[in-house]
Design a protein around this ligand. Structure first.
Ligand SMILES: *[C@@H]1O[C@H](CO)[C@@H](O)[C@H](O)[C@H]1NC(C)=O
Ligand SMILES: *[C@@H]1O[C@H](CO)[C@@H](O)[C@H](O)[C@H]1NC(C)=O
Ligand SMILES: *[C@@H]1O[C@H](CO)[C@@H](O)[C@H](O)[C@H]1NC(C)=O
Ligand SMILES: *[C@@H]1O[C@H](CO)[C@@H](O)[C@H](O)[C@H]1NC(C)=O
Ligand SMILES: *[C@@H]1O[C@H](CO)[C@@H](O)[C@H](O)[C@H]1NC(C)=O
Ligand SMILES: *[C@@H]1O[C@H](CO)[C@@H](O)[C@H](O)[C@H]1NC(C)=O
Length: 508
């Protein structure tokens, strides 16, 4: 290994201090990397301290007006979502404060509609990850008298899952997503691909920890309709599905989809279930491979003026391609890299790296150095005001805001671990500096309105809980040396990230 000149240049530009010049290069590089990990930790504490000062117990902080908001049923989403990141950062005081709060929450009560999907990935995933970490590799992080607080993570997860379970009580077992806890009812008639297909990892993990198979059975019954989709309109390309299912019949209702929001994490969990247990989830792996092969064959798209860039298209009405991509889709690079590593299939890793570069292109083209929420590359629809930009950069922006989303950085993380190529660290650092320069407020970080402007445009007043769970975790893990939890460059994964970046221990 040798020190990357790009890394050094970027560090010097960022004003990072180095050790004395007689320190060997390897050691200097480690110091620089540690300084970056510390800068990410500083950003975490900045957000956490603002949240505890102005909004503790609320779901999120509004970091401009310094108020609390509840968009996730008022159970303290930022607390639960931030916990696994705080544990990996070794912030024991923060974790204790989180545990003290979590044991007091009544997860059976809320007056607002509960999303089964959001509750599963943020709350259930966060609680189970905290439990896995604090009873596993981080069992010495907290004082010995914290056992009861740690056990409460599991008992609260059980209470939450037991309360959510009525959502699966339909004629097919496909759950409703929008649940009313006050009278245990729902009115949904369809459910989405991602909202149905992103439960199975968390509910199976809960079954394994508690020994109660029912949690696994509920989620796997729902998933069974997605593993064998009917009728044929539900599978416009082999392995690539429509985006909605009828709850009463289990039949797909449309042929629209891709790897974007609404479908995304269904595909993500196919390979992750196989990582969770290679002996038990063979069909999940086969379905991921089918989806991956069809994606490469049918959805790969190179913009007309920039054939060197790789994007991934969406589809409508079966096989009509729509040349749009979103920030949410950008987890796809990391997911292909994960698949390539665990299956020892270089073509998937290479494809994932190409898609990661495509997403980097969107960050590397804007005045703020942050990529937009959505973009297109359809040569027939280029807005006149963006035609020069399109010719230069290969895309035009269709939604210009940035909502503190993690997906591009998530793919950098997988790309860096799989290849050891310092370029991905440089890209991650560039992204962090850009976010720190545009989205930071006096009490936290906020969504910004226009990444096409150097200052990010106007500041919205919203700090999503996934900022803690995902963005800061993947950034930290990219720069942390010698971490023991996460994705590894081999087929022997010991941990698997849920879609909210909460690491869960794989089945032994
Ligand atoms: C654990 O012990 C410390 C003192 O060592 C004490 O301050 C703290 O309150 C105790 N926590 C619990 C949960 O008993
Ligand atoms: C399932 O729903 C039916 C009515 O739709 C109800 O009679 C039954 O008690 C429910 N079962 C559970 C376990 O909630
Ligand atoms: C359940 O409560 C909601 C309001 O919280 C109401 O709109 C709905 O009609 C109720 N459903 C039943 C079956 O009582
Ligand atoms: C693009 O990336 C290069 C290399 O990291 C960097 O020097 C340049 O400033 C970036 N440009 C933008 C607009 O982000
Ligand atoms: C490192 O990654 C960058 C970006 O994908 C690529 O351009 C470069 O060739 C890679 N370096 C090596 C040594 O593979
Ligand atoms: C992030 O922004 C804060 C506030 O402007 C600044 O103090 C800090 O140095 C920045 N971090 C980095 C790594 O540039």
């Amino acid at each position: 290994m040798h020190i990357s000149r790009i890394l050094l240049t970027a560090l010097l530009a960022a004003g990072t201090t180095f050790g004395a010049p007689n320190i060997p290069l390897e050691a200097r590089k480690r110091q620089a990397t540690n300084a970056r990990a510390d800068a990410i930790k500083e950003a975490f504490l900045h957000s956490w301290n603002g949240y505890t000062q102005y909004a503790f117990g609320f779901d999120e902080l509004s970091p401009v007006s310094n108020k609390g908001t509840n968009s996730r049923n008022g159970w303290g989403a930022s607390i639960v979502d931030a916990m696994s990141t705080a544990i990996l950062m070794g912030l024991d005081d923060v974790v204790l404060k989180q545990l003290e709060h979590i044991k007091t929450v009544d997860f059976t009560k809320t007056t607002t509609t509960v999303s089964l999907f959001e509750t599963t990935i943020r709350y259930l995933g966060g609680l189970l990850s905290g439990y896995d970490l604090l009873t596993g590799p981080y069992k010495d992080l907290l004082p010995g008298n914290s056992t009861k607080l740690i056990d409460a993570l599991l008992s609260q997860a059980v209470i939450l899952a037991d309360t959510l379970a009525f959502g699966f009580n339909t004629t097919t077992g496909i759950p409703a997503n929008n649940l009313d806890f006050t009278n245990k009812t729902f009115t949904d008639t369809t459910n989405g691909l991602a909202t149905t297909g992103t439960l199975v990892l968390e509910w199976t993990r809960l079954a394994d920890i508690t020994g109660n198979r029912r949690y696994a059975e509920l989620s796997q019954k729902a998933e069974s309709y997605l593993l064998k989709p009917t009728p044929s309109l539900g599978e416009p390309f082999p392995g690539l599905l429509g985006s909605g299912v009828d709850i009463k019949t289990g039949q797909f209702t449309n042929s629209n989809g891709g790897w974007g929001g609404g479908s995304d994490s269904f595909y993500e969990y196919l390979i992750k279930m196989w990582v969770y247990d290679e002996d038990k989830y063979e069909l999940y792996k086969e379905r991921w491979i089918a989806a991956a092969d069809s994606t490469i064959k049918y959805l790969t798209s190179h913009p007309q003026p920039r054939q060197d860039i790789t994007f991934v298209a969406e589809y409508e009405n079966a096989q009509t391609l729509s040349l749009n991509q979103g920030h949410l889709t950008c987890f796809i690079g990391g997911n292909f890299i994960l698949g390539g590593q665990v299956l020892s299939r270089k073509e998937y890793t290479d494809y994932g790296l190409a898609l990661t570069s495509g997403c980097h292109q969107t960050y590397n083209s804007t005045a703020s150095s942050i990529g937009p929420e959505r973009w297109s590359w359809d040569p027939k629809n280029v807005p006149a005001a963006q035609s020069d930009f399109y010719a230069r950069n290969g895309f035009y922006t269709t939604a210009a805001y940035y909502d503190l989303r993690p997906e591009v950085i998530e793919s950098y993380y997988h790309a860096f671990v799989a290849t050891g190529n310092e370029t991905y660290r440089t890209w991650a650092w560039d992204a962090f500096l850009a976010i720190n320069a545009t989205a930071r407020t006096a009490s936290g970080f906020t969504a910004v309105s226009d990444v096409g402007l150097a200052d990010g445009g106007g500041k919205y007043d919203n700090q999503e809980s996934f900022w803690f769970a995902e963005v800061l975790k993947y950034l930290y893990l990219i720069f942390q040396e010698g971490g023991q939890v996460g994705f590894i460059k081999s087929s022997e994964q010991k941990w698997v990230f849920n879609t909210e970046a909460h690491p869960l221990k794989v089945r032994n």
